[in-house]
Design a protein around this ligand. Structure first.
Ligand code: IPE
Ligand code: IPE
Ligand code: MG
Length: 238
């Protein structure tokens, strides 16, 4: 059973969607004189745990940045190890009861077996309660261009913000309320450029494999201290 209460933090409608930029796997490994791939392995294990905690706490949608359109510039062996970890996770999530998996990013230029496995997992998990978006071969700029091209193909000659929002890969989820990046980097790296317009950002110093439940709770507690204004004023500020 998913319970909404966790320690002192009660997840409410202010926090429906958390997105993670899971950074620092390589440095985590390097610090231990291990190959980068080992960092990805521990990173993947941590990803499983964190996704589980988020859903147990009552978060409705989780997005994780697993592989960017720019990450293809890495050594092939590292890319292969990340793809293998993704395939292993897909097998795990298929057995889950409540997690629906949605891949965001361009599937058209992925190895065909991988694209097939991804689509199959999306179909098998369709209709489940909790939405897990995995950004793989994802770029925020590419996503916006893709949305515009879809609108042109539909015959639009003029578009609105809601047209673009509804053609984003994450159209079914509200924009992320909170975006967490680990490993002490303070940048967006082409992630959810459209959707992050009013997201709250939280930066953790720890590398992703060390971002545990305690770190997650720290981020969530910090989120609940924020005053979100969306350009307006809150009641007590009028
Ligand atoms: C994040 O960790 C995972 C991916 C980008 C695939 P990194 O591999 O970027 O780790 P660092 O930033 O080099 O330490
Ligand atoms: C962002 O991390 C992408 C993922 C976490 C998948 P990077 O490690 O690729 O980002 P940069 O290169 O440091 O900006
Ligand atoms: Mg990195």
């Amino acid at each position: 059973m998913f319970s909404k209460k966790q320690k002192n933090v009660i997840i409410d409608d202010r926090l429906k969607h958390i997105a993670f930029i899971m950074d620092g796997n390589g440095r985590w490994a390097k610090k231990r004189l291990l190959p980068r791939m080992v960092g990805h392995k521990y990173g993947a294990q941590n990803f499983k745990n964190i996704v589980k905690y988020c859903f147990e706490m009552g978060i409705e949608s989780v997005t994780t940045y697993a592989f960017s359109t720019e990450n293809w510039s890495r050594p092939q062996a590292e890319i292969d190890s990340i793809i293998n970890l993704l395939k292993e996770y897909i097998e795990v999530v298929k057995q889950e009861e409540k997690v629906r998996i949605i891949f965001i990013g361009d599937k058209s230029n992925l190895p065909s077996d991988l694209a097939r496995i991804m689509i199959e997992a999306e179909e098998i998990t369709m209709g489940r309660e909790k939405k897990l978006y995995i950004a793989f071969n994802y770029g925020g700029r590419a996503e916006i261009v893709n949305a515009c091209n879809s609108l042109i193909a539909e015959g639009k000659t003029k578009v609105t913000e809601s047209d673009i929002s509804s053609h984003m890969y994450t159209a079914e989820a509200p924009d992320p309320d909170l975006i967490i990046r680990t490993a002490g980097e303070y940048r967006i790296s082409n992630f959810l450029l459209w959707q992050c317009a009013y997201s709250e950002f939280y930066f953790a110093e720890v590398f992703w494999p060390d971002f545990d439940k305690k770190e997650l709770m720290k981020a969530i507690e910090n989120f609940y201290t924020r005053k979100r204004r969306f350009g307006g004023l809150n009641k007590d500020e009028e």
